[in-house]
Every structure is written in C-alpha cells, then in structure tokens.
Design a protein around this ligand. Structure first.
Ligand code: HEC
Ligand code: HEC
Length: 299
C-alpha cells in the first residue's frame, strides 16, 4: 500500500511539473492504472508459464511467432538463415520457462537475438504474448526419438548423394532450402510418418506454421506463377493473404508478389518433392535414410 501511494505521488508530481494537464482529474486515472498494472505484472513476472500445455494458446503463440520470429527462426521454428532451430529440447541459453521468457523479453546480449520489447522486434510484444510464444515453442519441441533400426552411415551417404535429398533439405546448416529443414525431424516425427513422407509426399504435406486464425495449419503448398512480363516461376508458398504471395522458387530465391499484378498464379495442395518408389529406393535403403534422420534428431 505504501509503495502504491508513493508511486502515485511520484506520477502525480511528474505530471504537474511537466504539463499543464489538469492534475486533479488525471489523479483517479493514474490510481486505476497503477491498481490494474500491479496484479497483471504479478501474473506475468512469475517463473512458470501460466498457459503450459494449452493448445489454443499454443496456436495463438504460433501466430505471434510467424509475425515476429519466423523470418529469423524459420517456418515451424525449425531454424532459418538468421536464427537457430528452436524445436530442440536442449537450448543453449537455458531450458526453463523463465529462461526462455527472459531470452525473448530482453534478447540475448552480444548476439543477433533482439529483445521482443522496447521496439526490438516490430511494435513490441506484451508479456502475455511472450508466454503464448513460449507455449507454442513447447508444443513444437522434439521428444526423445525411437531407437534407429537401419544403418545411419549408409543413410547419410544416400541422403547427400544418390537420392539427392540434400539438394532440397538442410541438415545441420548444409543443403537446400526448398523443403523443410530436417535436422530435428527424426526426433519429432515417428518412423511411419517419415516413411510416408518419402513414399507418398502428397498425402500429408509438411506443416509450416500454425496460424491462429485458420482452421488448418499452413502447409508447404506448391505454386506456379507467371509474372506480368511473362516470366514463369515455380516453388513453394512461404506465405500468402488475399493480396500478396510470398514464395521460394526452385532456385531458392524469395519473391513477394501482389497477386493482381501477376498474369497468373496457381497453388496446388501437392508436394514439390518427388515420390520415391521401390524402384529408386528399396525398403532397406529407406530404413537407412530414416536411421540417419533419427540419429541427427537425437543429438
Ligand atoms: C533478427 C533475427 C531474430 C529474430 C527476429 C528473433 N530471433 Fe531469436 N535468436 C536469434 C539468434 C541469432 C539467436 C541465437 C543467439 C546465439 O546463441 O548466438 C536467437 C536465440 C533465441 C532463443 C534462445 C535459443 C537457445 O538455444 O537458447 C530463443 C528462445 C529465441 N531466440 C526465441 C525467439 C522468439 C520467440 C522470437 C520472436 C519473438 C525471436 N527469437 C526473434 C535471432 C532472432
Ligand atoms: C525437389 C526437392 C526435394 C527433394 C529432392 C526431396 N524433398 Fe523432401 N520435401 C520437399 C518439400 C517441398 C517438402 C514439403 C512438402 C511435403 O511435406 O511433401 C518435403 C518434405 C519432406 C519430409 C516431411 C518433413 C516434415 O516435417 O513433415 C521429409 C521427411 C522429407 N521431405 C524427406 C526427404 C528425403 C529423405 C529425401 C530424399 C530421399 C527428400 N525428402 C527429397 C522437397 C524435396
């Protein structure tokens, strides 16, 4: 109570000193502001995530993530050109809720990780929004992978060599960017899911980012575009709304188009990844590739 009175007095005097604002009328407003502000701060300054495990909140957090973080940390928090993969259970700068909150709230000094407050990122995020993002990051965090059955060494050779997987997929910072980064996929997905992704890529497209406002999460859709000057491009959709389309073409160039300026564009719910059938990839070799993904995902 004493602290409250003191804070009110200070605010009141500051107002009177620096403005001609009618102080008497401002006084109740200041009191209300402080009275509301204190308990809210009490909730969010705590060490534990108040929304832990809440799926709805995780979706909201995914939306915040796409707005504020994805251009550095990549789709689905799997890592991007400028920020590390955040789906790993082991974080460099602390694994607890409180440490993650702090890293996001204040940034990480001496690194490219900006503070989400005080204009560091966009318009700045509230404590509540930061907890939403932490909840989202927990929801995409990898679990302990199953024991790999195949020969991971051989799988690695195939991945980087004959099968050409690495021309589209990055693992630990090496490889192409047309498909999702697969560094943690072996830790976060079941072996069956991985088999199906390779044998039948169209059945279930990899998820980009959860969007709070959409029923379904954004996916790696395929897109073909003809620009006003007749240039033809194809690749994957990074993001789109009613008016704009952001895409990554097969040469890994990012483009942002206004849809009404394009001669034509077409998105398809099919994968830009070729289906690998028995002829090109035997069951045994596929086992080895998956063992490789699982070994990397476990690190
Ligand atoms: C300008 C690029 C950039 C933006 C925007 C950005 N980050 Fe980062 N972030 C980084 C970099 C770089 C690091 C790695 C710092 C280091 O260890 O060198 C990092 C590290 C982190 C870490 C710590 C990871 C660990 O291993 O401990 C978390 C958590 C994190 N960021 C979350 C976020 C969230 C949430 C957002 C959006 C609100 C965000 N970042 C926005 C670049 C960015
Ligand atoms: C021509 C580019 C290309 C090649 C080559 C390619 N992929 Fe893909 N891959 C993609 C794209 C694009 C997606 C996202 C759409 C989808 O889910 O099919 C994807 C998705 C995946 C996924 C699902 C990831 C997730 O998070 O759901 C896995 C696993 C995968 N690829 C593994 C492989 C393996 C293993 C190989 C080699 C045998 C390979 N890919 C070759 C482009 C490619």
């Amino acid at each position: 109570m004493l602290a409250l009175k003191f804070a009110e007095k200070t605010a009141f005097c500051l107002l009177r000193t620096f403005t001609n604002f009618p102080c008497r009328r401002a006084r109740p407003a200041i009191l209300v502001f402080i009275a509301i502000g204190l308990p809210v701060h009490g909730v969010f300054a705590q060490e534990k995530n108040p929304y832990a495990g809440d799926e709805k909140i995780a979706k909201l957090g995914g939306y915040q993530f796409r707005l504020n973080c994805a251009f550095c940390h990549g789709l689905g928090a799997r890592g991007g050109g400028r920020g590390p993969d955040l789906t790993r259970a082991q974080k460099r700068h602390g694994n607890s809720d409180a440490e993650m909150f702090h890293n996001i709230h204040d940034g990480i000094p001496g690194t490219a990780m900006p503070a989400a407050t005080n204009g560091g990122i966009g318009v700045g995020m509230s404590d509540e929004e930061i907890w939403q993002v932490v909840t989202y990051l927990r929801s995409v965090q990898v679990k302990a992978p199953e024991q790999p059955a195949g020969n991971a060494e051989h799988g690695k050779e195939l991945f980087n060599g004959a099968l050409g997987c690495s021309t589209c997929h990055m693992i630990q910072g090496k490889g192409g960017r047309l498909g999702p980064d697969l560094t943690t996929v072996g830790g976060s997905r079941s072996a069956e899911y991985l088999v199906e992704s390779v044998r039948n890529p169209n059945r279930r497209l990899a998820q980009g980012i959860f969007e709070a406002m959409k029923e379904f999460p954004q996916e790696y859709e395929t897109v073909s575009v003809v620009t006003a000057d007749g240039t033809k491009l194809s690749g994957v959709v990074l993001n789109q709304d009613q008016f704009t389309l952001q895409m990554l073409d097969t040469r890994e160039q990012v483009h942002l188009f206004e849809k009404d300026k394009l001669r034509s564009f077409e998105t398809r719910r099919e994968s830009a990844m070729p289906a690998y059938e028995q002829k090109t990839l035997s069951d045994k070799d596929l086992q080895d590739v998956i063992a490789y993904l699982q070994t990397v995902g476990a690190q």
